[in-house]
Design a binder for this molecule. Structure first.
Ligand code: TRP
Length: 382
């Protein structure tokens, strides 16, 4: 794709945003994906050399109890990245809960539960920042200037927004759902995060955040004066292993087919006993033909019990019963220390609130600074 070079000094952000829109539209194409993969690998290598160059932000929605899909998808990576010396920020995305549903549910309980999970997987509140959307007004205020930098068409085209809309089963698109990439950009940009762990499907979000940063700095002359207000976030690409729910469908809280981090060993055994398998007594690892059996083998394997093929061999002719026993033991052994820590934290509500308040305070300090820089850049620092 060739683009007419624009002079950032004179070109206003065009009302049609055509060049930038094209850039966004191509963000998922092969060339740009390859670029993201290469960059991510470079960053991965640089993290050990220059961890202090990075601030990592990740966000989780408090929609229910965190489960093993969340753990092996993202949460397992938080402690290692923190322990490499990267400034680690965990956003409990409470405002995101209202993007695609009508109410917030038992939000207080869910947020606290998520704080406990976060601590249980090894996030250290003295070194890392755990905070919620709703407690950081200055971050949310960025929505207004940011919304002026995107077009409606661009938002409608965002693949993640489309996917989110489809997931709501015919619910009408709310203004917040449509502008959800802008809100997420505000999350990333207010705290000056330059590293966001994402799966490939989330790359368009990051591209949108980068575009907003770029357009802001260009519109308010910061790109030209070389004092950009915002950092340019980059993706740390991760591949989540495929874990299905215990019924063989997509793992999700609403289907009731998950193993929650907070479950006891007995509860885990109980839900695993009910897991869907098949009637073939000989256990084999065959994802296509026997997805439910393969899923349990993969789960046990993720918990360190050995390769799926090896575990299938070990189950032999023992059928689903043996397979479930092996899986239950593996899950319970792997999660025992995490669950023990979780139980301790969860028993101390005062401590959990303390962690959240300290995180929110830190987030507010940074958000206020960023908003101050934004107002100055916009000439609104009266
Ligand atoms: N949208 C993310 C999700 O659905 C959560 C999230 C909100 C997030 N804000 C973020 C992730 C900022 C990374 C950065 O899981």
């Amino acid at each position: 794709m060739t683009q007419t070079p624009v002079d950032p000094a004179t070109s206003p952000v065009s009302p049609t945003l055509s060049a930038a829109e094209e850039a966004l539209a191509t963000s998922t194409d092969a060339a740009s994906l390859a670029h993201s993969v290469t960059r991510s690998a470079q960053i991965e290598a640089d993290l050990d050399v220059n961890p202090d160059r990075y601030r990592m932000l990740t966000g989780v929605r408090p929609t229910g109890n965190m489960h093993l899909g969340h753990y092996f998808g993202t949460m397992h990576a938080w402690k290692p990245i923190q322990d490499r010396g990267v400034d680690t920020w965990i956003l409990i995305a409470d405002y995101q809960v209202i993007t695609d549903r009508d109410g917030v549910g038992p939000i207080r309980e869910r947020v606290l539960s998520l704080v406990a999970d976060t601590l249980a997987v090894g996030v250290d509140p003295d070194r890392s920042t755990i905070f919620t959307h709703s407690a950081v007004p200055a971050a949310n205020q960025l929505m207004l200037p940011f919304l002026s930098l995107v077009t409606e068409a661009e938002l409608h085209r965002n693949p993640t927004v489309k996917a989110e809309l489809e997931a709501t089963n015919g619910r009408a698109m709310s203004g917040l759902l449509l502008t959800y990439p802008v809100h997420q950009a505000a999350d990333i940009l207010f705290c000056q995060a330059n590293l966001v762990p994402v799966g490939k499907d989330q790359l368009p979000h990051l591209e949108q955040a980068r575009l907003i940063a770029q357009r802001f700095d260009k519109r308010y002359g910061r790109a030209v004066k070389k004092h950009p207000v915002f950092r340019r976030p980059e993706a740390l690409l991760s591949e989540a292993p495929l874990l299905l729910g215990l019924d063989g469908e997509k793992m999700s809280k609403s289907r009731g087919n998950t193993i929650a981090l907070r479950m006891s060993a007995d509860e885990t055994a109980k839900v695993l006993r009910k897991a869907k398998t098949d009637s073939d007594r000989r256990i084999t690892y065959d994802s296509a033909a026997r997805p439910e059996v393969a899923n349990l083998l993969r789960l046990a394997s993720l918990c360190g019990a050995g390769a799926p093929e090896e575990l299938a061999e070990r189950s032999g002719d023992g059928g689903a019963g043996t397979l479930k026993r092996i899986t239950t033991e593996a899950v319970n052994e792997f999660f025992a220390p995490i669950r023990a820590r979780r139980a301790e934290f969860a028993a101390d509500e005062g401590f959990l609130f303390g962690v959240l308040h300290a995180g929110n305070e830190r987030a507010n300090a940074v958000a206020n600074e960023t908003l101050e820089a934004v107002r100055t850049a916009m000439g609104m620092d009266y």
